[in-house]
Ligand binder design. Structure first.
Ligand SMILES: NC(=O)c1ccc[n+]([C@@H]2O[C@H](COP(=O)([O-])OP(=O)(O)OC[C@H]3O[C@@H](n4cnc5c(N)ncnc54)[C@H](O)[C@@H]3O)[C@@H](O)[C@H]2O)c1
Length: 252
């Protein structure tokens, strides 16, 4: 069974702690201590007020379900403490210098950094882009304006540009664009639309290369507690953890 430390006890942390997928949570940490205590009462795992105590506990892997800033702040230390890291706030890896440094540390420490598929699908297939290149990679995301705290009455394009620029404007909403770009080995062209008529978080991906064409559409149910987040993202972490130690590895 994978034993983990959970960094971030919000919406996704709650789904992970509340699951019966057989994950052994050894430590909880959140910058708002009450959130970690709340999950502690629910799961029985101990909550820590200081990151330095949280990271010294006995487990193999930290699951980050917190924020881009949390990855920037703690990822290096996680690896230096000899633990693997699951990064859900993949937007943090958009900065090439930060990413290179983290990969170097992971290599030196013989640790691994996992980016789960999160709110998207098809990252496994898109990795062919790293082998033969990809001449087109487009992500079109559509959300209800309320999930972005916007009051817009009709369907509207609010961002068009490269993934690495998008993350600066929408750090809590565009982890998917960065995960796609990392999988495919090239920056995705991103469009973000808001549509008051939708109650889903919709991601449409179009990729073209020597392999042919890939079209993906995911319509996510927004999480009731945090409409910017999709339930699928929490499930993708549970699936990653469940399969981590399986002798049969599918679709990597
Ligand atoms: N890759 C994907 O497809 C994908 C999908 C959904 C969410 N996400 C990302 O996952 C993260 C968690 O999502 P959520 O819906 O659970 O968010 P949430 O806001 O419900 O919970 C985040 C929790 O982390 C804590 N936190 C934030 N920054 C912290 C820090 N620096 N140190 C310690 N604790 C910190 C917050 O206090 C909060 O309790 C977000 O960054 C979100 O953007 C990624």
């Amino acid at each position: 069974m994978v034993s983990i430390g959970l960094l971030g006890c919000g919406n996704i942390g709650r789904v992970i702690a509340g699951s019966d997928a057989g994950i052994d949570i050894r430590a909880l940490f959140d910058r708002i201590p009450e959130k970690a205590h709340e999950l502690s009462r629910q799961s029985g795992a101990p909550a820590f007020a200081e990151f330095s105590s949280f990271i010294r506990e006995d487990y193999n892997l930290v699951v980050e379900a917190a924020s881009v800033e949390a990855v920037q702040e703690y990822a290096e230390e996680v690896l230096r403490c000899g633990k693997d890291l699951v990064v859900l706030s993949a937007g943090a890896l958009a900065d090439p210098d930060f990413r290179r440094q983290l990969i170097e540390t992971a290599r030196a420490q013989k640790r691994r950094i996992y980016v789960p598929s999160g709110a998207i699908a098809g990252l496994d297939s898109l990795k062919v882009g790293q082998i033969v290149g990809m001449d087109t990679l487009i992500l079109r995301t559509t959300k209800n304006p309320a999930s972005l705290n916007l009051k817009i009455k009709e369907r509207k394009l609010i961002f068009q540009g490269k993934a690495h620029d998008c993350i600066r404007e929408f750090p809590r909403n565009i982890n998917v664009a960065v995960a796609l770009s990392l999988a495919a080995g090239r920056d995705a062209d991103v469009e973000i639309w808001v549509d008051p008529a939708t109650d889903r978080n919709i991601h449409e991906v179009y990729a073209r290369g020597r392999f042919g064409e890939i079209t993906i559409k995911v319509s996510n149910v927004p999480s009731p507690d945090n409409p910017a987040t999709s339930y699928l993202a929490a499930l993708s972490i549970l699936a990653l953890l469940k399969n981590m130690e399986s002798p049969l590895v599918i679709g990597t």
